[in-house]
Design a protein around this ligand. Sequence first.
Ligand code: PFF
Length: 459
Amino acid sequence: MNPRGGFNTKLGFILAAAGSAVGLGNIWKFPIEVSEGGGAAFLLMYLFFCFILCFPVIVSEIAIGRKSNRNAIGSFQKLGFKKWSFIGKMGVLTGILILSFYSVVAGWVLGYVFEMIRGNFQIYESFYEYTNNVKYIMLYSFLFMFVTAFIVSKGIADGIEKASKILMPSLIFLMIILIIYALTLPNSLDGIKFYLIPDFSQINLNVAGSALGQAFFSLSLGMGMLITYGSYIDKDNNIVKSAALITLADVGIAFLAGLVIFPFIFSKGLAVEGGPGLIFTTLPQIFESLGETTGVLVGSTFFILLTFAALTSTVSLLEVPVSYVVDEYKISRKLSVWIIAFFIFILGIPSLLSHGEFLFFKNFITYLGSTKPVDFMSFIIHVSNDTLLPLGGFLITIFAAYIWKKENLLEEISIGNNNFKNSFVAKYISFSISFICPLILGSLFLITFLEKFFGISFI
Ligand code: PFF
């Protein structure tokens, strides 16, 4: 048994990594992007990005982790490239930033579970006051962080793996119940048509860019999360197969979320709203219209599902810095977890205060080339999701292909996968990781960075 601990089963690893991938991003962002980006046409493009472009990155991250048996920073050192551990440092920072705002939104979701159970559907009228009720949402965000930290403190097999084995099947079960219910509502087919009818004219470079960004965030790539989880798996694990299952689970659940959301919206003839409005204001109106008992049941089921999705993601986000501190500073897991979780909770407070009376955080920064100030939470999202993740992904591909070298990468992938070396997949990964991935991820990083922060538009 490895003293660092590890996943007990292959399925446990897949569920934990899929749990990381399936999160708030899948359930509220993905369906809207599909509907706005040309329905099935967008879906095809998204599938293409996940399987053609992101897949080699997933495989590389897992391989780096398994080979080095270390955290996101130590792995570069362990492979003999100490200088390149800055990629891991950037990844750990990105994970901390993402968790700081993600746990705030997850706190809103958790609060909604209790509002739905109480039958307080009218909360949709006061969502913005809700996010401004600092004591209340701070309590929920704290609670969420507490549960996340508790799971991570138990370690990989007894904490993360066990929790994923309960949460992921429950999530799928709840999702299926909601889909069946949603499809019985009037006009549900119109919702599905709106969601899926292909319209290729909607696709342009802008849509493609956001699809790629979404795919990357959704698969939890570019910050060493999969290096970290990959460091806890055995040599007999077939990396290609695991990566394929993780991707399928992520895309599949995002797709299914649309089959719940659009029939709901169309059954009441409401407008399709993007952003937090969809989940926090549109859906509660629909739950209210279902009548007291059904509304409470369906509404709380939906938000419990969302809580589970968010929890398996926050757990993975916290494990990235924890694994680093435990490996490198030999501090006990329990102590590291509680200190880091508390620190990230504090770091999240400005995000928590971003939406209301605290004008300093609401109008936190105005980028060059813009006159509109951006709130603190959005600023963190722009830095971490939109900038650091594609940059991290770009650097990881450069590292895998040219520094560690693709022969070593392919060698590691072939362990546990006998026929790999001469396969088409091997040739594809080798080509893509050397040329396609760095080119596209590097461009995505440059384009979004210049556009977001300097208002320089290329498209
Ligand atoms: N993939 C998660 C989502 O779609 O909500 C977010 C996420 C989790 C990103 C973990 C990065 C990460 F390491």
